[in-house]
Design a protein around this ligand. Sequence first.
Ligand code: ATP
Ligand code: MG
Length: 502
Amino acid sequence: MRLMLEGVWKSFPGVLALRDVSFRLREGEIHALLGENGAGKSTLVQIIAGLCQPDSGRIQIDGRPVAFASPRDAIAAGVSAVQQDRNLIPRSSIGENILLERLPTRRGLVDVDQVHRKAKALLEKLNLEIDTRAEARTLSVAQMQIVEIAKALSQDARILLLDEPTASITERETKALFAILRQLRGRGVAVLFVSHRLEDIFEIADRVTVLRDGRNAATGEPIVGMSRAALVSLMVGGAERVAPTRARATDEGRVALQAIGLTTESGHKDVSFALHRGEILGLYGLVGSGRSELARALVGAGKITGGKVFVNGESARISGMSDALDRYRIGFISEDRKHEGLILGHSIQRNVAITVWRRLAGRLGLITDGMERRVVEPITTKLNVSTPSLQQNVETLSGGNQQKISIAKWLAASVEILIVDEPTAGIDINTKGYVHELLTEIASSGVSVLLISSDLSETVTLADRILIMHQYRIVGETISDHQYEKVRETIMTKIYQIDALA
Ligand SMILES: Nc1ncnc2c1ncn2[C@@H]1O[C@H](COP(=O)(O)OP(=O)(O)OP(=O)(O)O)[C@@H](O)[C@H]1O
Ligand SMILES: [Mg+2]
């Protein structure tokens, strides 16, 4: 056994995150670690990676007991990890970030050329072509995800831990990652893989360990022969929630948000589209195609350098996210939940209520705790946020539960236009169905939704129409009849056609 955890317990204030958990990782296997949001997956990964210490329990690598006081110790013992939260150094170059733990040197000095050569080669294997000399802060969340993966791969680990590596990357990048993981498995590397995308699990994993409420619900069961329903039942203790797809009428006559010939500082050229009232318009493109940057420019978080934006038919100059909300009733669920979606250090209640303060304040301008709670509680209950109380600091929530809070506050806000970037990245399977229901519901009530998702099946399920973005341009558009295979083929053909012409 390459890695063995036995009887591991871990508590945080008010939460028992792991209760008597066991986990066994063999060499040359890809082992899935599954569970609902807050089940304890990241806590387990962090313990193995030396980021936090268990309260009790035994850990062995190759039969020898280990105790890591820091990630450095873990790396020295051959353990590399991609954590769920991105941790790149914003002002260092992409290349330096990737090779940080093993900077190549020549005559005692860092060999900068070699840093970038090595980093570039790793990224190309993962299908990402970017300038490795650029600063890490210029990357989108999806690109950062790939850079983090490259960084972990560069360490030639014997044990590789991946906490939701595919949450916001598209099928193409995921395929490239899986090809590499299969090679590593062939070389005897032991891989732990956390994901909420069950399709990924069935494609890549050999065995599965499931956590439910911090306890083992399965320990190393083989995936072969296991059904989706059985897996879901181990995770949630019941059946999968399937969102009903209802037919919706969109008001083609009324345009809520329109862009004409937009150019942006991040590089968009001649972007034009119209979002109708009550419509869900998907925006699909490969990682690096400029989807998120377009969303950010639309809400004033990125610079528009040419062209025009219209809201409800009137020319709009949106200066930032609060202006978007106050003057134009536009909400924005950012893919960067940690830095843009949440006010860190504040409670769940405050984070959700913030978008409705003006409405709550009333004549006296006072907002009581009770007023806030009445708005917040129904939404967090519906989204199944697992937390001891609404007063809990959002920073202590699990990744998926943080994502739920960043969605909840916009659902509370009663906006007319909602721009959502990766709404279900990192969200567990049943809550994902619920978020889909909610988005469909608000569109039915007349809200216009611009949906960005790297999960094409999600886009096809939800969207009425899909815009195809490639290299910062809109290269096509297709009506979605919600038939996945057909729509997927149309979109991919378009993207590859353009690539072939270039
Ligand atoms: N630093 C902390 N302080 C307090 N509670 C914490 C802390 N870190 C984690 N928790 C709690 O421990 C529990 C397990 O969290 P963990 O992040 O391991 O879940 P997860 O399975 O990774 O979920 P997700 O799918 O959402 O990423 C959660 O209830 C979480 O709120
Ligand atoms: Mg997690």
